[in-house]
Every structure is written in structure tokens, then in C-alpha cells.
Design a protein around this ligand. Structure first.
Ligand code: NAD
Length: 491
């Protein structure tokens, strides 16, 4: 059993009231770690530490180049410890070890990308319309950042917030999810080693109430970077009515993956497998509405059912496992409930649909394929966050685009076609933040990530994001040799 601690103002500590909660390994149901449940008093302490570090501490005197160097050190530490961090994330969340280790190693590149941007944040001298005025702008750190992340891909979703925040000169209070807090509390040890002044990065964990609410409504928080579900996002937006913090929301999706008859068939099937069964389907960009053109529809259904049935379910730390457990009992119940509802609404199960035999101690659900008559079926309309694919048939390109856009979400989309003009037409017509053509779930620190509509607003990754962690200051200097004119004497 590992007992983790909060990281506040450069110290590892307990929650003010000493309360802890347990973390369960979803692969075997065993409690393997505990973490402190941060209270309002802990949130106050963490935000105060971040606020003091921002305005009074050594951090405030660091040049952008120094900030970049510290981020490079953090990147090296993350890379060196990616195996261990990945293992911890897997034990905590059930996500495949192969994925958590590879993703954590890649996370180092996100810190490097923002390390490189730290000294490229520039203001401007303005060609002002008054001859005796010199006017320039500078970009200052926006303030204390509250970064709130969910349980899936925690190291990655932290890097996309903490990287640009620190590069811009902000200080951070990072809140780990109560479902899988361990990897971020372990990450705190690397932050401590990287040499940031005390209070620059604080890492806490606890429940939405009181910890998440107290953090996101705190008067000294200027920016909230949130990834999670739409219901929590509504709370966050209401919480920030208290402090007017600038908010970015990375929420869920019900992303379409369109397979045209001219697509490379094998590539398209691999795309659908990656988009639905990668990360055990617990991915915000899961391409869980698979739309297939009539001419290849039957062949696709047959092949995807075969591929789903052949997937190796098992211990997520075993290198041969392809699909592991779901993270929580709620996730499992939700998959069972929605699959059952979808069948009663007219969908046909062609693969999976139940808990697999022999895995009763863990939170496992079979890779599942539902053939759906229309988009009214529950599995097509609801984000499942599990290994459940809904397949729909279409005849024309116009129909495919209309089906794809018939959703309140707009995070990702996949288009499989060998026709370049069609790829461009359809990418343009689909209303979503990301479109992948003949690939799926590709990410990079260089490429903006985020959604439209109910999938949220704001972007993570990419160059422009750095500006979301700054605010503009405009300085006017009167260069005239004369004193400022009397305002009551008009000339
Ligand atoms: P969640 O919304 O339940 O929790 C996310 C975080 O918010 C947790 O740390 C939680 O403690 C905190 N929280 C809960 N109530 C709060 C409140 N009132 N105020 C402030 N914080 C509060 O999400 P989850 O179940 O952990 O994660 C799954 C969701 O995350 C899915 O909808 C998924 O699509 C989404 N997600 C989105 C992306 C993306 O980049 N777009 C990536 C991964 C996951």
C-alpha cells in the first residue's frame, strides 16, 4: 500500500483534517494506494502559495529563459521516469501499460515544446495615431492557474495545461482526479526535483466538493483549465462567476468516423479499432459513431466483428493485453445499461455486449460492436467512455456529413477515403475541432486540440495556447518635452 501526500508550497503534506481516500486497482479490485482528500483550507493554502510565488517570490524575478530551462529539466525527469509513472497510472486507472508508458514518454516533448516557447512571448510597439506618444504592449502571466484533470490520461492532460502555464510565467494549482490520483502525486516528486521555486506548482487531490469547487471559485485564481465531463463543466462555469477566471473546457465527444467505399479497407478497419478499442474506449476522442458507405458496409461489419472478438482482454500491465478494465464501477454499469437499452431500441449486437468470463474480479467489458438502424439509438447519442462501437450505414457523401453533424458534440472526426477532393470537402463540412484523414487519434504538442459545441471551448497544445496564459498590458508614454496639457483648455 502506498500513502501519497499533497504537494503544497514545496512541501509534501497531509490534508488539514487528516482525511484520506483509497484508490482501487480496476484490474483486480484491490485497494493499492491512499491519498489525502484536500479540504477548503488546503485549497486556500495551495492558492495562497501560488499567489505569493507569482507576485513576491523568486519566480517573479526569473527570466523567460530560466523558466524554459526548468521546463527542460522537468521534461528530462518525466522521460527518465516514464516507465514507473506509466505503471502507476495503469495500476490506478486500468489503462494499458503500453499506452501509459509510451504516452508519458511523449509527454516530455510537450514540456520541451513549451520550454522552447517561454522566451518567444512578445509584445508589440504600436503605430499609434498620436505623434508624441510611444505605446507598447507586453504580455504578462495571467495569474494563478487552476488546472483540473480527469482520471484518464492524467500525465498528458496535465502537460497540456502546466507546460504553457509555466512557460508564460504563471503559477499553478493542479487538482488530480479522486478516481486515479497516484500518478500526479508521484509526478509532484519530479516537480520538486526540477528546481521550481516553492509554490510555483502545487498538486492536490480531492473530491469535486469541496476541493474542485473551492479551487475553481477561489478569488485568487485567474485562469481555469479544465478537462472532464460536461456536467462538471457547467459547475466550473458557474464557479468562475465568483472570480471571473478565464476558462478553457476540454469535454467529451461522440465523434464520427466515416468510411467511404473508396477507402483503403484495412486502414479504415484499423482506424475504427484504434478509435474505439484503443485506451479501452476511455478516450474523449473515441470515434464511436462509425458510418460506413453501403458498398462496403457488409464487409466492414463482418470484419470489425471478427477483429473485436479476437481482441486479447487481460491485465493492463501485461504487454500482450489489448483491452484492459474500465476505470470505475460506474463506467462498467453505464456500458452495460446503454448497450442493453440500445438493443431494446433496435440495435443488433455483432460482437461483445457483456462482461467477459473469467475476469469477475476486475471491471472488464467486452469489446462491443452494435449495428444501429439510426442515430436515435442510445449508444449513438451518448458518450459511453468504454469499448463500445456503434455502426451506421449511409449512401451518399451528403448523408454522411449530415449524420456526422447531427450531434451536440464536436471534438474529433475521422474520414477514410482515397479521394483527396472528398477528404477536403468533408473535413471542411464537419463541425468539429479536429479532423483526421486516413488516421485516427494522432496527437502532437505542435497541433491544437479541442472541441466545438458541447465538447467545450479553448484549445490545448500548439503555439497560440501560450497566449491564453497571458494578459496584455498596454503602456502609454508621453514623449513630448512639454508637460501634459491642461484638460480643460481645448486646443
Ligand atoms: P469529471 O468531470 O467527473 O471530473 C473531472 C475533474 O473535475 C475531476 O478532477 C473532478 O474531481 C473535478 N470536479 C468534479 N466536480 C467538480 C466541481 N464541482 N468543481 C470543480 N471540479 C470538479 O470527469 P471524469 O469522469 O473524471 O472524466 C471523464 C470525462 O472527461 C469524459 O466526459 C471525457 O470525454 C472527458 N475528457 C475530455 C478530454 C478532452 O481533452 N476533451 C480528455 C479526457 C477526458
Amino acid at each position: 500500500m502506498i500513502d501519497y501526500q499533497l504537494y503544497i508550497d514545496g512541501e509534501f503534506c497531509e490534508a488539514a483534517d487528516g482525511n484520506r481516500f483509497t484508490s482501487t486497482n480496476p484490474a483486480n479490485g484491490e485497494v493499492w494506494a491512499t491519498a489525502p482528500a484536500a479540504t477548503e483550507a488546503d485549497v486556500d493554502r495551495a492558492v495562497d502559495a501560488a499567489h505569493t510565488a507569482l507576485h513576491e517570490g523568486e519566480w517573479a524575478t526569473w527570466t523567460p529563459t530560466q523558466r524554459g530551462r526548468a521546463l527542460y529539466r522537468l521534461a528530462d525527469l518525466v522521460e527518465a521516469h516514464s516507465g514507473r509513472l506509466g505503471e502507476i497510472e495503469t495500476t490506478d486507472s486500468g489503462k494499458l501499460g503500453a499506452e501509459t508508458k509510451a504516452q508519458t514518454a511523449y509527454v516530455a516533448d510537450y514540456y520541451r515544446y513549451y520550454a522552447g516557447l517561454a522566451d518567444k512571448i512578445q509584445g508589440a510597439t504600436l503605430p499609434i495615431d498620436k505623434p508624441e506618444m510611444h505605446v507598447f504592449t507586453s504580455r504578462e502571466p495571467v495569474g494563478v492557474v487552476a488546472a483540473v484533470v480527469p482520471w484518464n490520461a492524467e500525465m498528458f492532460l496535465t502537460a497540456t495545461k502546466v507546460g504553457p502555464a509555466l512557460a508564460a510565467g504563471c503559477t499553478v494549482v493542479l487538482k488530480a482526479s479522486e478516481v486515479a490520483p497516484a500518478s500526479l502525486l508521484e509526478f509532484a516528486k519530479l516537480v520538486d526535483h526540477a528546481g521550481f521555486p516553492s509554490g510555483v506548482v502545487n498538486i492536490i487531490t480531492g473530491f469535486g466538493e469541496p476541493c474542485g469547487r473551492a479551487l475553481t471559485s477561489h478569488q485568487k485564481v485567474a485562469r481555469v483549465a479544465f478537462t472532464g465531463g460536461p456536467e462538471t463543466a457547467r459547475h466550473i462555469v458557474r464557479n468562475t462567476a465568483e472570480n471571473f477566471a478565464v476558462v478553457s473546457l476540454e469535454l467529451g465527444g461522440k465523434s464520427p468516423l466515416i468510411i467511404f467505399e473508396d477507402a483503403d479497407f484495412e486502414g479504415a478497419v484499423n482506424g475504427a479499432v484504434a478509435g474505439n478499442f484503443g485506451a479501452t474506449g476511455q478516450s474523449c476522442v473515441a470515434g464511436s459513431r462509425v458510418m460506413v458507405q453501403a458498398a462496403v458496409y457488409d464487409a466492414f461489419v463482418e470484419e470489425i466483428a471478427r477483429r473485436a472478438d479476437a481482441i486479447r482482454i487481460g491485465d493492463p500491465l501485461d504487454a500482450d493485453t489489448q483491452v484492459g478494465p474500465l476505470a470505475t464501477q460506474d463506467q462498467l454499469d453505464r456500458c452495460e445499461r446503454i448497450v442493453a437499452a440500445s438493443v431494446s431500441e433496435g440495435a443488433t449486437l455483432v460482437a461483445g455486449g457483456s462482461r467477459p468470463d473469467g475476469f469477475e474480479e476486475g471491471l472488464y467489458f467486452e469489446p462491443t460492436v452494435l449495428v444501429c438502424p439510426d442515430q436515435g439509438v442510445s449508444s449513438v447519442r451518448t458518450e459511453l467512455f468504454g469499448p463500445v462501437m456503434s455502426v451506421l450505414r449511409f449512401d451518399t457523401e451528403e448523408e454522411a456529413v449530415a449524420l456526422a453533424n447531427d450531434t451536440a458534440f464536436g471534438l474529433g472526426a475521422g474520414v477514410f477515403t482515397e479521394n483527396v477532393s472528398r477528404a477536403l470537402r468533408v473535413s471542411k463540412a464537419i463541425r468539429s475541432g479536429i479532423v483526421w484523414v486516413n488516421t485516427y487519434r494522432a496527437i502532437s504538442p505542435i497541433s491544437p486540440f479541442g472541441g466545438f459545441g458541447q465538447s467545450g471551448y479553448g484549445r490545448e497544445a500548439g503555439m497560440d495556447v501560450i497566449h491564453d496564459y497571458t494578459r496584455t498590458k498596454t503602456v502609454w508614454i508621453n514623449t513630448s518635452s512639454e508637460p501634459m496639457a491642461n484638460p480643460f483648455i481645448m486646443r
